[in-house]
Design a protein around this ligand. Structure first.
Ligand code: NAP
Length: 237
């Protein structure tokens, strides 16, 4: 059902995006991943093509904060494969400090990436999703419903993203487009300068989010899980 369909994953060079890319490649999809750092993209490419067909992978250097770069991303995918069926708006950043210490640059980076970046991702791929009756999934966070100290910018971006995605879902379902926001708790990744370590075993793993995305894509067209909270089963006490 999803074999040979085309998926765009923003921020697919590491962490959750890479986990989703691997799962969808294993299902036979054609996967385009983006990121700002070409070296990270090349490393992801080397890893993925050692396991999956090279012709099913496209790496594209693109910043979600730059609309023209997202337009070019969609154009490049058209030139290589055709219209996009699935969009995973995953790219995101976090800056964590008290609002007293938060800088203007950190505020704008968070909102531009996590909120405006998703808006650009959707605006540039919308005609494809209409044509393919496709699927849009945004990766929000439990920080989109739970607020905590030192997270004012991140909370603002993810609360905004949850609201934005749910309104988009209502706008687009009349076209047969499915829209879901996934709101994970702690996931093992490189987020906020972290390096994955054995102590992260209790966390959700990127491939678990990949499995969730695959299950959503396989769900019957009449049924739409529009907002999904997901958390580690056994967090440390
Ligand atoms: N890890 C968690 O515990 C957790 C929990 C809930 C939600 N999330 C969300 O999950 C998403 C993925 O995060 P992650 O944990 O996988 O972090 P990660 O390991 O740091 O990966 C982030 C990815 O996004 C890319 N990226 C960042 N800014 C970008 C931009 N402006 N344009 C294009 N790509 C960009 C990064 O590549 P470049 O740096 O090369 O651009 C990288 O590929 C984020 O939206 C995050 O908020 C994470």
């Amino acid at each position: 059902m999803i074999r040979d369909k085309i998926v765009l994953i923003t921020g697919g060079s590491k962490g959750i995006g890479l986990g989703i890319a691997e799962t969808l490649l294993s299902e036979g999809m054609k996967v385009a991943i983006t990121g700002r750092n070409i070296q990270s993209l090349e490393e992801a490419r080397a890893y993925l093509i050692s396991r999956y067909p090279e012709g099913h992978l496209l790496i594209i250097k693109a910043d979600v904060c730059q609309k023209e770069q997202m337009e070019k991303t969609v154009h490049d995918i058209h030139q290589t494969w055709g219209e996009i069926h699935t969009v995973i708006a995953n790219a995101g950043v976090g800056h964590f400090s008290s609002v007293e210490d938060l800088t203007d640059a950190q505020w704008h980076d968070t909102i531009n990436t996590n909120l405006t970046g998703v808006y650009y991702t959707i605006k540039t791929s919308l005609e494809d999703l209409k044509a393919t009756k496709g699927y849009l999934i945004t990766i929000a966070s439990l920080a989109g419903t739970n607020f905590f100290a030192s997270a004012s910018a991140y909370n603002a971006s993810k609360f905004g993203l949850v609201g934005f995605t749910q309104a988009v879902m209502l706008d687009l379902r009349k076209y047969g487009i499915k829209v879901t926001t996934i709101m994970p708790g702690s996931v093992t990744s490189y987020f906020n300068g972290h390096t994955p370590a054995p102590e992260d075993e209790w966390k959700i793993q990127p491939e678990d989010i990949g499995q969730m995305v695959r299950d959503l894509l396989f769900m019957h067209p009449r049924t739409l899980p529009s907002k999904i909270e997901v958390r580690p089963t056994l967090p440390p006490k």
